[in-house]
Design a protein around this ligand. Sequence first.
Ligand code: MN
Ligand code: MN
Length: 306
Amino acid sequence: MEENDQIADKEEVLKIAEGVGSVSHKMLEYARERVKPGAKLLDVANAIEAFAKEQGYGLAFPVNLSINEYAAHYTPSSEDKRMFGEKDVVKIDLGAEKDGVLGDCAITLDLSGENGKLIEASEEALQNAISTVKAGVKLGDIGKVIEDTIKSKGYVPIKNLGGHGVRVNDLHSDPFIPNYGNGDETVLNEGDIIALEPFATNGKGYVVNSDFYEIYGYVGEAATRNGDARIMLKEIEKSYRNNPFAVRWLSELFSSSFSLYSAVRELLRVGAIEVYPALAESGKGLVSQFEHEMVVEKDGCRVLTK
Ligand code: MN
Ligand code: MN
């Protein structure tokens, strides 16, 4: 009886995941038309996020617009003036959300047209990796396919980033799926929802935390005497308890960006929130990334973010 309940629950999640995946894909297509030299990152991020809401969906996490050596976790701040440049390599990583079911997918745009091979390296690595996915495949074997594809193009994979399981209200769930052949013999199971995300670079092949902070996650209740911080924490507990948020999403609560970011620093200090720093390639190499989310089947997989 209990087993049947779980299956029914899994089917329900999968049904929602299909809608979430489809909307996530549409968000990427919407983004593709707007990421252009001279466009402001803040305008583009706001527009993509509004588009998801117009479709009746929430956001699994803030839209990431990570440029050049930034691999992930860059999203514009509330007063960000930055524009896309003529030569930028832009990773757009995003996901819709419904009832805690999370989307996750990414593309890279090469605004100069000079980095075609770098783009191809991660895009083909993703396609080749997807074609290996089925129940029983070893994680290390998926990683090997990714590594071999990227190296065949003259680049290296980023080893400390990888794919992951996706569960309700848990975007980076077990297992970690490597972007290189690490020999992990853990296997995928039928019905698992996973995301694969190869990163290719002409740098050193690993990312480090930068000092750019804009994406945070709720940790738990904490005491503070700072009034602004208390107002902010209340809103985070109401709206962003489960999934990461951008500081700019809280900007309407405050009269200035000084008070906004002061409240953030206080909540970080008392441990109510944690930061996801923007991740930069350690050799300042250019980075490309592609990502799809899929459900593992007996003899293959079904891509959800299409
Ligand atoms: Mn992911
Ligand atoms: Mn992603």
